[in-house]
Design a protein around this ligand. Structure first.
Ligand code: ZN
Length: 333
């Protein structure tokens, strides 16, 4: 049995619709995918990409018969998004993206799909639609009632967990706690064996330059990060740190670690994107459901042109399938 995946379209004005259609042959080769999205935008994307696959509207997973030439899709609301233009922020598209996502989350919670794979949504459109969450991770955490979660950026040989995420730099620094650091280490330690098949080696980045040089500039290492790392090491986790972040990233070039804990968004994102470019996937750890995502945004600048690269979506589906496989192995034990 191949894993059942709900693929959410994200913001229709972005590259979501076209990357789904472009990736479709690879998606059906590894899984039983269904699209949660808009019929009209899916049709346009098919024309754009030159796909001959037939679109199959469904109302429940039992009707879905995905194949290389059949794309089953579920549209959770009746109204059309004709007024939305590719590459433009709109409340309508923001609301629809939210509806696609919560529909997929609920299907996963009910066990109708094994995992959800999400295409990008646009934070401004979401905001205009009156949705009070900054992004996917926060919506997922709220809808599944998970307070212990972390966003991981995953490549073929390295994963990064973030202690703080979509928040201002000022708030990020202020909201780092020993508990938050411990949480990120534990989630990374818990998830990575499912992808690499063994106990992972982890490193934790310091917040301050040079890990504060013994307290010369900052005390977060001594006060918050050290105690968290020590507690995890005492519990048997293979983890070092806090180490100066530049040294952690340099050592990681020699495959010294399987996972890195970053204190804030760009401490993890910049080096990962420079090294792996599009070969990256987002995974939300700590949820009761499996969720992966493309690791790029809506790309409004090229949306609707049929030139978007679908490789991150293919990789996101692949990681979701591996996590589903690991979970079913664990259940059988
Ligand atoms: Zn982000």
């Amino acid at each position: 049995m191949m894993p059942r995946l709900a693929i959410t379209m994200g913001d229709v004005a972005g590259i979501g619709p076209e990357i789904i259609v472009r990736a479709w042959p690879q998606l059906v080769a590894m899984a039983n995918p269904v699209v949660i999205g808009d019929a009209h935008w899916l049709e346009d994307a098919s024309a754009l990409v030159g796909s001959l696959a037939q679109l199959q509207p469904i109302t429940s997973m039992t009707d879905a018969h995905p194949a290389i030439d059949v794309i089953p899709f579920l549209q959770p609301y009746p109204d059309r998004l004709d007024a939305v233009s590719a590459g433009e922020v709109s409340a309508k598209a923001g609301r629809a993206a939210y509806d696609f996502l919560v529909t997929a989350i609920d299907m996963a919670l009910r066990g109708e799909v094994d995992a959800i794979v999400t295409c990008p949504l646009h934070k401004e459109s979401l905001h205009q639609a009156g949705v009070a969450f900054p992004g996917h991770t926060e919506i997922l955490a709220d809808r599944t009632k998970s307070d212990r979660h972390a966003m991981l950026l995953v490549s073929r040989d390295l994963a990064v967990a973030h202690v703080t995420l979509h928040t201002s730099m000022r708030d990020a620094v202020a909201s780092i706690t020993a508990d938050g650091v411990k949480n990120a280490i534990e989630l990374l330690h818990g998830l990575l064996p499912q992808l690499i098949g063994r106990t992972p080696r982890l490193a934790v980045c310091a917040l301050n330059p040079h890990a504060s040089d013994g307290g010369l500039f900052g005390d977060e290492e001594e006060r918050l990060i050290h105690p968290a790392v020590d507690a995890c090491r005492a519990a048997g986790v293979d983890v070092v740190g806090p180490l100066p972040a530049d040294a952690v990233w340099l050592h990681s070039m020699n495959k010294a670690y399987d996972g890195i804990v970053a204190m804030y968004h760009d401490q993890g994102h910049i080096p990962m994107k420079m090294r792996y470019a599009r070969q990256l996937v987002n995974v939300t750890a700590g949820l009761p459901i499996i969720r992966t995502s493309v690791a790029h945004g809506t790309a409004f600048d090229i949306a609707g042109q049929g030139v978007a690269d679908a490789s991150s979506l293919v990789l996101a589906a692949d990681v979701a399938c591996r996590l589903v496989g690991a979970a079913s192995l664990r259940d059988r034990r």
